[in-house]
Structure formats: structure tokens, C-alpha cells
Design a protein around this ligand. Structure first.
Ligand code: NDP
Length: 308
């Protein structure tokens, strides 16, 4: 089988795949080869997808497939397999833990006090009274939900289909979302970017959260209506309904320097670093997928209809 890799650090990925699939020929897009069976890519140029339109399938070297599905060069009907967890769940759990503790242990408030040399202890809210809501219970969302539950936080999760996850109160559908929103002090968005999830965090959903709730978005920037978020956060002087936000993903990345979120005193921003793809674990999964695909076994492909 002939595999073409396109990603930053492609030679490293090529070598990682080659060592796991010694029978395969593995190339990078710099090699300029044709007659490729499988593409293993992250954000490829449209021309690369068009050139290899006869490939049997694509492995997306990340969890989010929005960029690939929106790529104008994607051949119609081309099967896509995406990474599922592959070590990202644990990175993401750490990121979300950090964010939840930032608010639950009042580090946001202490940071502001520190800037004014102010020494004042804030009454602590116990973990058991700090419910966390996770929108999206996929490969990564489920891992995060279980990690926070085992840390001692009450965890509510929301997905499209009904689920049962030990230690997590699971909700689904519109009613389920409304119930979850009224109960949580921190809302975490780990949904994919699809037509159904765009701006799911808007004036209405933000208003359903309890006063003083907090938001962590390591999912996708398009999940959030930014104007509604800024409105809910209040201005520099006056805290709004939403106490603060930790944001890792934005509709335009890098986040433009003049975006008001940068300067907002109750917003923390990270540059889409919540859960990088660990090459070794991901290469194990990609190699296993390609082996199964080549052997004619069923592989779980992305549903272009639902968009994830
Ligand atoms: P999955 O595709 O495995 O899971 C998606 C989840 O969202 C599923 O539980 C699905 O429900 C749910 N969902 C999708 N659409 C809806 C809807 N309309 N209503 C309710 N629930 C819905 O995703 P992952 O867990 O792998 O990834 C989660 C997010 O994290 C993605 O947006 C990904 O891009 C992002 N990410 C960000 C990274 C970063 O560094 N910032 C790194 C890695 C991922 P159901 O289970 O019923 O299908």
C-alpha cells in the first residue's frame, strides 16, 4: 500500500508510519508521487486532494474534521477516518482541569487582586458544589467528563444520542441541554463544528446559565457567538452574568490582535494548544486503521451528513 503524508513535521510522521507498516511505501507531499492508496493529512491544500482524487481514503491527523470537510478540493464521497482520542483525551482533560480549578479555586480573582497588591481570601466553594457541564461526549469529551468526575466534581454531559457513562449525568436533545445549562458552574464546549452546533453558545444559552457561571472552550471557535459572549462577560469595570472564560479555539486563528477578547480582563486565551496530537499514539492508531482498511475490514468513517 502507498501512503502519502501531509502535515507539519511530515518526515517524522512518515518514519513513525513506516516503522509500524514495514510493507507499506510511505511518502510525504514533497516527494511529488502519484498512485497513492491512502492520504494521512492535516489541513492539506485543495490541490493535493484534487491530485490524489483516486485514493481509497483519507486519514485526518486530528480529531476535528471541519477543515477537511470544508476543503474545496475534497473529492465527493471520499471516505474519511479521523483520530479518536489517540492520547488527546488526557491532554484535554489536563487543560479543562486547569480551567475548572482556575475558576473554582478563584485564581481569576486572585490574579486581579495580585495586580493591586490586595491580600484578601475569597470563601471557597467545594468541588461537590461546583458542577461542570461538558457539551460533547465523543472520544475526547467522554475522557474529560470521566476525569473530572473522578476528581470529585459533579459532571453533566450532553450529546446528540442518549448515553450512559459511569459517574456522569448524561443528557441529550434540546430539553437535555436546557437542564444541563441551569445546573453547571463551568460549561465546557467539546462539540465539533457543524451546521447544528454553530453558535450553540449564544445570548439564549448564556442566559440559561446560573449567574456567575464560567466557560471553557477548547472545542471550536464557531461554537460561540462572540458578540453574545462579550455581552455576557460585561465590560472592563462591571462583571456580567458570566464570570469569566478560558478560550483555546477561535473562528479565525491566530486570533486577530485587535479582537476585543485579548484585552478583556476576565478572559484567558491560549493559542489552540489544549490537546496537540501525540505522534506516537496517533501513528499507532493510523497504522491500525490503514491495516484494517487495506484488509477490507470495517473502519469507522466520518458521516458527511452530520459533519463529524
Ligand atoms: P467526537 O466527534 O468524537 O464527538 C463529538 C461529540 O459531540 C459526540 O458526543 C456527539 O454526539 C456530540 N455532538 C455532535 N453534534 C451534536 C449536536 N448537534 N448536539 C449534541 N451533541 C452533538 O469529537 P472529539 O471528542 O474527538 O472532539 C471534540 C472536540 O474537540 C472537536 O471539536 C475537536 O475539534 C476538538 N479538539 C480540540 C483540540 C484543541 O487542541 N483545542 C484538540 C482535539 C480536539 P454523539 O455521541 O451522540 O454522536
Amino acid at each position: 500500500m502507498r501512503i502519502l503524508v501531509h502535515i507539519d513535521d511530515a518526515p517524522m510522521w512518515r518514519d513513525a508510519l513506516k516503522s509500524r507498516l514495514p510493507q507499506a511505501e510511505v511518502f510525504t507531499s514533497d516527494d511529488g508521487v502519484d498512485d497513492i492508496d491512502y492520504l494521512a493529512v492535516w489541513k492539506p491544500p485543495a490541490s493535493l486532494l484534487e491530485r490524489h482524487a483516486n485514493a481509497r481514503g483519507i486519514v485526518n491527523l486530528g480529531a476535528g474534521v471541519d477543515a477537511l470537510l470544508n476543503n474545496p478540493g475534497l473529492p465527493k464521497g471520499m471516505p474519511i477516518v479521523k483520530l479518536r482520542d489517540a492520547g488527546m483525551g488526557e491532554f484535554m482533560a489536563d487543560y479543562v482541569r486547569y480551567g475548572v480549578l482556575h475558576f473554582q479555586r478563584d485564581f481569576d480573582r486572585y490574579l486581579r487582586q495580585e495586580r493591586n497588591a490586595q491580600w484578601k481570601e475569597v470563601p471557597l466553594v467545594a468541588k461537590r458544589d461546583w458542577a461542570v457541564g461538558i457539551l460533547g461526549l465523543g472520544a475526547i469529551g467522554k475522557h474529560v467528563a470521566q476525569a473530572l468526575a473522578s476528581d470529585g466534581f459533579p459532571v453533566h454531559g450532553w450529546s446528540r444520542s442518549p448515553k450512559e457513562i459511569e459517574g456522569v449525568t448524561c443528557h441529550h436533545g434540546d430539553d437535555g441541554l436546557n437542564t444541563l445549562l441551569t445546573r453547571v458552574r463551568t460549561l465546557v464546549t467539546l462539540l465539533p463544528d457543524t451546521a447544528a452546533t454553530r453558535h450553540i453558545i449564544n445570548a439564549e444559552t448564556l442566559a440559561a446559565l446560573p449567574e456567575g457561571a464560567t466557560l471553557i472552550n477548547p472545542g471550536r471557535g464557531t461554537l460561540i457567538d462572540e458578540a453574545a459572549l462579550l455581552e455576557a462577560l460585561g465590560d472592563t469595570e462591571n462583571e456580567g452574568r458570566l464570570r469569566g472564560a478560558l478560550l483555546d479555539a477561535f473562528p479565525e486563528e491566530p486570533l486577530p490582535a485587535d479582537n476585543p477578547l485579548w484585552a478583556h480582563p476576565r478572559v484567558r486565551i491560549t493559542p489552540h494548544m489544549a490537546a496537540p496530537t501525540p505522534v506516537e499514539e496517533a501513528a499507532d492508531q493510523v497504522a491500525e486503521t490503514l491495516r484494517a482498511w487495506e484488509a477490507g475490514e470495517t473502519v469507522e468513517t466520518v458521516d458527511p451528513q452530520s459533519g463529524y
